[in-house]
Design a protein around this ligand. Structure first.
Ligand code: HEM
Length: 411
């Protein structure tokens, strides 16, 4: 096939604003495409993305070489060294067998029961945050609701006491850019590594405390999994706490905000959810597919690989574009249409295969409570007359802010 190569800039304004439209020509014409500008493969078709996610020639060990380079310099700042040591222990960046060892241990702590137990707390916190939203004014849903909700929930699940919530929140905010995107501003970089240092010290303190007196929380459960014959080092327990904290924070916040945006742009779908004609759990699957928070995941080729008619070379970087796969017309009817009652929804918003999101049950629980709570609690809400600003990043799909106008009653 000698189709012309579609023009795309994966980080360009158009692709940031509308990744679904921007990636569509690539998916139909060059579903496995070498992007010379970003020196990476772009894989866009659902079938290929799913296959690559299960194929161990596509390695998740993508930050080790970068970290080794950073750490090999003799004058590396010790705080930076420590921050990367934490990331190095994240299971999401590991291949087998170390990935499964960690994942199985964490699964013993992060159980469906532990998640289901949070149902009432998520509902109560949603109500609390909603009560703080000003009436008759514009407000930023991201700052007032979508961001704090998952952060508070995971902090509580880990065992962070309520009195530490505010301090903890500051560190989390400062570290976030280190985890989610490249940092180019040295001042923010320093703040991020100092905050990671504080977070590591804080988690180490909590570990000491719960070693002495175990409680009903994830840290105690991780310690029990470690002591029950699991070989989990203290560094791994600390790193896993930070992974659970960050893995589920921005992603879930973006899911809540993107879902509200989608609903406000589709009033008939909003009405169906509000009237109870659509089950919240089913709606959440469509939110994940239609405009989910994960645009792409990264892999590095472990060896030269023939894949879908192309040769992917050892060491080359691959972006698996979940967003493009989730709008693949070969799999979804009318893929660009928001249809909350979609019966079949095999989206890959949580990935697929061995690294399938470990927090999917929690994310689903949070969104299926929070979004209906917003819809019910803000009957006259509408989009404020402001330009939407999307985060300028490739891997996640999230709004920097989502300004809404809370009119109060819709009567
Ligand atoms: C809507 C919200 C979420 C989305 C869209 C999402 C998406 C993803 C995706 C796509 C992956 C696979 C990454 C890869 O294959 O490289 C992943 C992995 C993971 N997620 Fe989530 N996630 C969400 C919420 C959460 C939450 C709430 C938690 C925990 C509190 C969490 C924890 C994790 C962990 C620990 C992994 C690594 C699993 C492994 O490597 O085996 N995520 N997530």
């Amino acid at each position: 096939m000698t189709a012309a190569t579609p023009q795309i800039d994966i980080m360009g304004e158009e692709a940031i604003r509308d990744p679904y439209g921007a990636f569509a020509p690539l998916r139909s014409e060059r579903p496995v495409y070498w992007d010379p500008k970003y020196r990476s493969w772009l894989i866009t078709r659902h079938e290929y993305v799913s296959a690559a996610l299960r194929d161990d020639r596509f390695s998740s060990d993508r930050i080790a070489p970068f970290i080794e380079r950073k750490l090999s310099a003799p004058d590396t700042d010790p705080l930076l060294r420590q921050a990367f040591e934490v990331l190095r222990h994240w299971m999401v960046f590991q291949d087998e067998p170390s990935h499964m060892r960690l994942r199985n241990l964490v699964r013993r702590a992060f159980t469906p029961r532990a998640v289901a137990k949070m149902q009432e707390r998520v509902a109560a916190l949603s109500a609390e945050l909603l009560a703080g939203i000003p009436m008759g004014e514009e407000f930023d849903l991201v700052a007032e609701f979508a961001f704090p909700l998952p952060a508070i929930i995971i902090a509580e699940m880990l065992g962070v006491p309520p009195e530490d919530r505010d301090t903890f929140k500051h560190w989390t905010e400062d570290v976030a850019p280190l985890v989610s995107a490249g940092l180019d501003d040295p001042e923010r970089y320093n703040r991020a590594t100092s905050a990671m240092d504080a977070l590591v010290a804080y988690f180490t303190g909590l570990i000491r405390r719960f070693e002495g007196e175990p409680a009903d929380n994830l840290i105690s459960a991780l310690l029990a999994a470690r002591d029950d014959g699991g070989s989990l080092s203290e560094a791994e327990v600390v790193a896993t706490c930070t992974l659970l904290l960050f893995g589920g924070h921005e992603t879930t916040a973006n899911l809540i905000a993107n879902s509200m945006l989608a609903l406000l742009r589709h009033p008939e779908q909003l009405a169906a959810l509000r009237d109870g004609r659509i089950a919240p759990r089913q709606a959440v699957e469509e939110f994940l597919r239609y405009d989910g928070p994960g645009k792409a995941v990264v892999r590095i080729m472990r060896e030269d690989t023939e894949f879908a008619g192309e040769t992917l070379r050892k060491g080359q970087r691959v972006f698996l574009l979940l967003a493009a796969a989730n709008h693949d017309p070969d799999v979804f009817d009318d893929p660009d249409v928001l249809r909350l009652d979609r019966a079949e929804n095999p989206h890959v918003a949580f990935g697929f295969g061995p690294h399938f999101c470990l927090g999917s049950a929690l994310a689903r629980l949070e969104a299926s409570i929070a979004v209906p709570a917003l819809v019910a609690g803000l009957p006259g809400v509408r989009l404020a007359d402001r330009q939407l600003r999307w985060q300028q990043v490739l891997l996640t799909r999230g709004l920097q802010e989502l300004w809404l106008h809370n009119e109060g009653s819709s009567e």
